[in-house]
Structure formats: structure tokens, C-alpha cells
Design a protein around this ligand. Structure first.
Ligand code: UGY
Ligand code: MN
Length: 263
């Protein structure tokens, strides 16, 4: 170990969060669980995150607590198996096939670990859209979600884990790259991202910084942060990506003021 060194970087417009910097904290309302809050509205000056991205480390039998009122939750099983109890039904979500679930705001649910488990969680205040009904509960297995080539490139493919209907104010996708594949452009857009690397690695460009990236590294990209990824190595690279979606920027701004989220 090299003393006083970390790969973690924190800037007003993006953050690179390596596992060496993780600090576990209690997750209020959860039992038999510890959290690592990665991205949150507390992030410094400049554009602030309008969502929360955290890891939940659960011991066998550990249980989730509810999100804040008005907050929706997306969970993705990174390690182990959990049982999701919702609507008097039970769903087993397993890391071996990349189980995931989306719980709309106000959905009473519990996640119970069957053995030690690790979850990746995204949460945000739901922004209703006048013409659309609230979103539905979604449970799924990412390994079975078909990929679509990105702009026709067979070396980069996107798996969309949630429906694209206007009811949903977020998108959660898995981006996949063959070694040598990369994003076709340096993207610069109004949506923000939370990303966790699931497999493989490569180089991530954020603003004018370039980061070697590997499994379990996490990124925050604020609105308009220029971003590009190229995959290197021998195995396919993939990452789980959150973005705000389907909403007018004026609505985002108004709601940010109303909830105290971001600025
Ligand atoms: O959907 C996206 O914005 C995605 N292509 N961005 C990214 O991978 N950084
Ligand atoms: Mn993007």
C-alpha cells in the first residue's frame, strides 16, 4: 500500500470514486446493513447531484428501510441474493444473473438478504409528468435484457433496464463495450450520470481529465460534463448508468428548489 495515495478525485463537475476511499456508515431505517454513500446532493459547489447513489452491504437477514417520502428507488444486486417483498409478492434477485428492481415513490417494500449481499442503489425524488400515470414496479434480470448497438456500432451495445415511457423520469442502462470499442463522441449533455463499473476496464475522460477505470469504480458526471469512454484489455467492459430522463429542464429546476435537492 502506498501511504497517502488514492485514485479518487472530486471536482465541482465530476467525481471519480475508487473503492479505496469508501467509508461505511449506517443507513437510517435499515438493519443488518451498512452503506457507502457515493453520490449525493451534498457534493460541493457548482452543479449538485439531484440523486443519491449508494452501496448497501447487507449481512445475512439484513433488511432495507424505506426511502424518503416521494423518493423512488432502483436496486441492482452486485453480490449475493436478496428477496424483495412488495405487493404481498416475493421476488428473488440474484447477482449471478444481475437481478434488479425499480420501486416507484410510495411503494411499500422490503429487501431481505439471503446470505451476505451487496446492492447498488439509485434514488431520486420522483418528478410527475402531467399527462402520464405514475410508473409501475419493475423487476428484471439484466442478463436477459437484449442489447441494442449504439448508433449501429456492433462493438458498443446498450441494455435498457427500464421502460422508456414518459411515466419514468430516469433511465438505468448497462453500457457494454468490446475491447477497443468506445463512445462514438465526447458527449456533453444536460442530464447527469451516476455510473458503477461492472466488468472490464478502460479509460474514462471527464472534462479535461482522463482516468483509468476498473470494476467497482464509481463516477459522478454533473450536467454538461464532457464524457467519453474507451474499453481496453482482454474482456468486455460494462457499466451501470443512471441518468435523469424525460423531463423538461425547467421542471427539473423548479423541483430542485421545491425539494431542496441540488441547485
Ligand atoms: O446515455 C448516455 O448518456 C451514455 N451514453 N453516457 C455515457 O455512457 N457516459
Ligand atoms: Mn452520457
Amino acid at each position: 500500500m502506498l501511504f497517502g495515495h488514492t485514485r479518487t478525485r472530486f471536482t465541482p463537475h465530476h467525481a471519480f470514486l475508487a473503492p479505496d476511499g469508501h467509508l461505511r456508515t449506517p443507513l437510517p431505517g435499515w438493519s443488518g446493513a451498512e452503506g457507502v454513500i457515493l453520490i449525493s446532493p451534498q457534493m460541493g459547489s457548482g452543479p449538485q447531484a439531484r440523486f443519491i447513489h449508494y452501496l448497501a452491504h447487507l449481512e445475512d437477514g439484513g433488511e432495507s428501510g424505506p426511502p424518503q417520502p416521494g423518493v423512488e428507488r432502483f436496486i441492482f444486486v452486485l453480490d449475493g441474493t436478496v428477496e424483495l417483498k412488495v405487493d404481498s409478492r416475493s421476488h428473488l434477485l440474484e447477482s449471478r444473473n444481475q437481478g434488479y428492481a425499480f420501486l416507484p415513490a410510495g411503494t411499500h417494500h422490503t429487501v431481505v438478504a439471503r446470505g451476505a449481499a451487496r446492492l447498488n442503489v439509485f434514488e431520486r425524488y420522483y418528478l410527475p409528468y402531467d399527462a402520464a400515470p405514475p410508473p409501475d414496479i419493475v423487476t428484471g434480470v439484466a442478463r436477459e435484457v437484449a442489447g441494442e448497438p449504439l448508433l449501429g456500432d456492433p462493438d458498443v451495445w446498450v441494455q435498457k433496464l427500464l421502460p422508456e415511457r414518459p411515466s419514468f423520469d430516469l433511465a438505468v442502462n448497462i453500457m457494454n463495450f468490446r475491447p477497443g470499442g468506445g463512445l462514438p463522441q465526447v458527449e456533453t449533455h444536460q442530464m447527469e450520470h451516476g455510473i458503477i463499473m461492472l466488468s472490464g476496464g478502460g479509460i474514462y475522460r471527464l472534462g479535461d481529465d482522463w482516468y483509468p477505470i476498473q470494476k467497482d469504480d464509481v463516477l459522478w458526471m454533473g450536467p454538461y460534463c464532457p464524457q467519453w469512454f474507451g474499453a481496453l484489455g482482454k474482456e468486455n467492459a460494462s457499466y451501470l448508468l443512471y441518468k435523469d430522463w424525460n423531463r423538461d429542464p425547467f421542471v427539473l429546476e423548479r423541483e430542485a428548489g421545491a425539494t431542496g435537492e441540488g441547485g
